[in-house]
Write a protein that binds this ligand. Structure first.
Ligand SMILES: Cc1cc2nc3c(=O)[nH]c(=O)nc-3n(C[C@H](O)[C@H](O)[C@H](O)COP(=O)(O)O)c2cc1C
Length: 390
């Protein structure tokens, strides 16, 4: 099936599943341990229902939002995803270009295999950057200076990966980071010739063995490098003192990603951050962690309007997006939804995924009787199932 016939993100996922070798698909789709958090991220949406209003004149609808000095066409953008180039050829560039065409932000991961400067040159739009940083101030200052010189206008530091998580499906499928070429992976590749030729061989021919191009250490380890086993598990992890230091180094909007507790959001205010990404990393880190949807109301109550709240984890439908915005989020990031798009159809596939969600948001705003996205509030929702409100 062509990605153009996909009616929703789940159908794009099915195309991506068929196209990718099992272990490679498993890396994208999977969560940690028993997938409790990943599955819970989806389940909570079903426990919130809408309370639509009518009759309301909804002939003129707007889903535009203003965020950090830019006006975006939709209340969502693309979340940072490392090693995206392993899943689709030049995936980062294609996602960035698609996001620019749709006038929404793309976030580059510093675990990407494309230099951060290249993304800016090829798809200069809203340049957002996410970083895993070691607790080394000198390196962080250098990294921040490089990102500023490359034109990045927002930096988010991921804080929910102090160590790598237990992703048993990757171990089972023989897909680990750094990537090890195992018989299982070779068999997978042989039985998925399209990926082997269009992604794997094409990448090798055009770029050589993929490398992590944006580490804070300034080196460029290959994704096969055993010596860099500890890319993230370095035995150190950042703390609030480090974030406070980074605040002085980085003048543009600074966020932490992976916040689920209101006390951490309050701390973000005290440290002078501009926002937090309320996220459980798509269920890929601590299995059993609450969903961002459950965390949002308490976090919003704790920080008021002092922080921008960006939410991610589990968003696959326009209605999911509206529920989170009504619960206090300012903006949404899409991880796998965008990745399934790029795997299924390259740049056009991402445009298709984003367009589907944009259309769903538009229709749902009308059906909800809320023509403007900025007017969403908890009164549009029935949340008793979730928050046990009496
Ligand atoms: C393949 C893949 C790679 C990811 N890599 C990163 C990363 O490098 N940095 C990061 O902060 N989050 C990373 N994430 C998490 C996403 O930024 C985001 O939090 C998550 O995907 C949201 O959940 P969703 O996929 O259900 O939308 C990754 C997610 C996926 C699926």
């Amino acid at each position: 099936m062509s990605f153009r016939h996909a009616l929703n993100v789940f159908e794009l996922q099915e195309i991506a599943r068929r196209r990718l070798p099992r272990g490679v698909y498993g890396f994208v789709e999977g969560g940690a341990e028993d997938n409790q958090s990943r599955d819970h991220n989806r389940a909570v949406f079903e426990r919130i229902r809408f309370r639509p209003r009518s009759p309301i004149d909804v002939a003129h609808r707007s889903q535009e939002v203003e965020l950090f000095g830019r006006r975006f066409a939709s209340p969502f953008g693309i979340a940072p995803m490392g090693i995206a180039g392993v899943f689709a050829f030049d995936a980062d560039i294609r996602m960035a270009k698609a996001a620019a065409r749709m006038n929404v932000p793309f976030t580059l991961s510093n675990m990407s295999t494309v230099p951060m400067e290249t993304i800016g040159e090829q798809a200069g739009h809203a340049r957002w950057l996410q970083a895993y940083l070691s607790n080394d101030r000198e390196r962080a200052a250098k990294f921040a200076a490089r990102a500023a010189a490359a034109g990045y206008e927002l930096l988010m530091v991921t804080t929910d990966v102090p160590v790598g998580s237990n992703r048993e499906n990757n171990l089972r499928n023989g897909f680990t980071l750094p990537v090890r070429i195992t018989p299982r992976l070779l068999f997978d590749g042989a039985t998925h010739p399209r990926w082997s030729i269009e992604v794997f061989a094409r990448t090798l021919m055009n770029h050589g063995i993929p490398r992590f191009e944006n580490t804070d250490r300034g080196d460029r380890p290959s994704i096969l490098a055993q010596a860099n086993r500890s890319l993230r598990d370095r035995g150190d992890s950042v703390d609030w003192e480090f974030i406070r230091y980074l605040r002085d180094q980085w003048k543009a909007p600074l966020l932490v990603k992976g916040t689920l507790h209101p006390a951490d959001a309050e701390m973000a205010v005290r440290v002078g951050l501009d926002g937090v990404v309320v996220s459980n990393h798509g269920g890929r880190q601590l299995d059993g962690a609450i969903s961002p949807i459950e965390a949002l109301p308490e976090i919003r109550a704790a920080v008021g309007k002092k922080l921008k709240l960006i939410a991610d984890s589990g968003f696959r439908r326009g209605s999911d997006i509206l529920k989170a915005l009504a619960l206090g989020a300012d903006f949404i990031l899409l991880g796998r939804a965008a990745m399934f798009g790029v795997v299924a159809g390259g740049e056009e596939g991402v445009v298709h995924a984003l367009s589907l969600l944009k259309a769903e948001v538009d229709i749902d705003l009308a059906l909800l009787g809320c023509p403007s996205i900025s007017a969403l509030n908890p009164d549009f929702l029935e949340t008793r199932d979730l928050f046990n409100k009496t």
